[in-house]
Design a protein around this ligand. Structure first.
Ligand SMILES: [Zn+2]
Length: 409
């Protein structure tokens, strides 16, 4: 039987290994002596732990560092292509799957449309196919794939791997992680899509050196990921960050899918903007949009609205500006409440550029406490359109780096 002491020793070893691996990842190339200095671990412990990491292939020796007298030390760095992970960005109309290395670089990716499917079995079948396609195309040996991370819209219980509620498909309590884990024989980690994106920005995007930031995803829905003191918030029942359902004064005709009215989502999400634009075309209020869509309002997309705005269309400029102001108003609540040092905005609507961002910034400036906006950065996410895939992949990377020994099989 394992004694308390050996169990404890193994736990401490895991923690040391994880700490060292994180330092090599974020500060490498770095010498063992420097690691020892930063961590306070004695040189023998650093040495034995790095040996373990090299055996796993996660860390390799590279170049020669500066000597502080005596022999020049070999430096250690992460071996980013030793292993790969799968990132699945489950949208509402399609799924994007990518394979990334340990530094979040996408090696290959592909997208499959859902084609109107909404039943869990159908959607899971299409996602499974998309994962197989990418794994086949990558030609990476199966034993070098560490796991599958997945970002899913709506409410997600990452601890049990369950999609609690996905509004676009109206499904409840789907055991996503278990299904794919059995199908692919790999660890599967899932979370809310915006939360996964925030994690991706923390590891590989603009927020790497920031402990308090807010990630806002504005796509078919509006969600967010909240980092406070370096921790990603989930909430008591995984509902933290549902900013899309903050009530704003917009007086929309349609209720929100959540059952309430005048949610931010009904005024500023991609589908909401398309809806408002279509109605305007029907009513003859947006002549340039009518022209660009050849009189077929159904083909109006967020991109087309942006295009019309670029061509000086007053209706489209006003629509994007109004959306920006609604978003800015909601953000000012967040900024006053949480005092983040950075607000990153991702998702399709963020591609609206200054037409959106000007309204956001002005409204934030008008409504937030001056102290809280003096040093704030508000801008587009660093990982762009790949944020969803990289964020999802990072769900697995986080698990690898927090306990690399679990992969020592
Ligand atoms: Zn709502």
């Amino acid at each position: 039987m394992e004694t308390f002491n050996t169990a404890n020793k193994s736990l401490i070893k895991d923690m040391n290994t994880s700490t060292i691996l994180q330092i090599v990842r974020t500060k490498g190339p770095i010498s063992r002596a420097e690691i020892s200095k930063i961590t306070g671990l004695n040189p023998a412990t650093v040495s034995s732990n790095t040996a373990g990491l090299m055996e796993l292939g996660l860390v390799r020796e590279t170049g020669i560092g500066v000597s502080s007298g005596g022999r020049k030390p070999l430096l250690l760095e992460l071996n980013p292509e030793a292993y790969y992970v799968v990132g699945v960005d489950m949208g509402t109309t399609d799924v994007a799957v990518g394979i990334t290395d340990l530094e979040g670089h996408i090696r290959c990716k592909s997208t499959l449309p859902f084609g109107g499917a909404s039943e869990p079995e159908e959607i899971m079948g299409i996602i499974g196919q998309a994962i197989r396609n990418v794994l086949d195309a990558s030609e990476i040996a199966a034993e070098r794939i560490l796991g599958i991370g997945m970002g899913i819209h709506g409410l997600v219980d990452p601890d049990r791997g369950i999609s609690l509620f996905a509004p676009a498909f109206q499904w409840k309590n789907v055991e996503v992680a278990q299904l794919f884990s059995e199908q692919f024989g790999l660890p599967v980690s899932i979370d809310n899509d915006a939360r996964a994106m925030a994690l991706g920005e923390k590891w590989f995007g603009k927020a790497q050196s920031v402990s308090n930031f807010f990630f806002l995803n504005i796509g078919t829905g509006i969600g967010s990921g909240i980092y406070l003191n370096g921790e990603l918030l989930k909430g008591a029942h995984f509902g933290a960050g549902e900013i899309g359902h903050i009530r704003i004064a917009s007086h929309q005709e349609k209720p929100c899918f959540c059952g309430k009215t005048d949610c931010l989502s009904t005024a500023a999400s991609g589908p909401a903007l398309e809806d408002i634009a279509r109605t305007a075309v029907h009513r003859g209020m947006a002549p340039l949009l009518a022209q660009l869509s050849n009189g077929e309002p159904d083909v109006i997309t967020g991109e087309l609205i942006h295009q019309a705005a670029l061509q000086g269309d007053e209706f489209s400029i006003g629509l994007l500006d109004q959306a920006g102001r609604h978003i800015g108003g909601a953000l000012s609540l967040v900024i006053n409440l949480l005092n983040p040092e950075m607000v990153l905005i991702g998702g399709g609507v963020a591609n609206g550029g200054d037409f959106i961002f000007q309204g956001i910034r002005e409204e934030v400036a008008n409504r937030s406490m001056q102290h809280n906006i003096e040093h704030i950065y508000i801008g587009p996410a660093g990982l762009g359109d790949d944020c969803g895939i990289i964020g999802a992949a990072t769900l697995i990377l986080r698990s690898v780096f927090s306990n690399p020994n679990q992969y020592n099989t």
